[in-house]
Design a protein. Structure first.
Length: 94
């Protein structure tokens, strides 16, 4: 994982993970009640990513969100199965 601000009003993130089903980056001090960017495998073998709110630790409490201002740049899976996720978000989120 990497991140940088480059003196701007946003922060850039990158993640490479050999996870099987999903990988995520959370923004908070505890898992419940935080926002997260999650990259995950679909049943057809492709991948997707999204902005989510983690209401609790169970899958049914991972809710879609749009209030982080995430902009996804790279969402892919490599030939060796690693997830690649690159995105940025504003340094100050509403």
């Amino acid at each position: 994982m990497f991140w940088s601000t480059n003196g701007t009003d946003r922060i850039d993130f990158g993640l490479k993970s050999k996870a099987v089903a999903y990988a995520s980056i959370g923004f908070g001090t505890t898992m419940p009640g935080t926002h997260s960017a999650i990259i995950y495998a679909l049943s057809d073998g492709t991948v997707s990513a999204g902005d989510f709110f983690l209401k609790d630790r169970t899958a049914s409490q991972i809710l879609p969100s749009t209030d982080q201002g995430l902009d996804f740049l790279t969402v892919e899976r490599t030939s060796d199965g690693a997830f690649i996720l690159e995105f940025w978000r504003p340094l100050k989120v509403g």
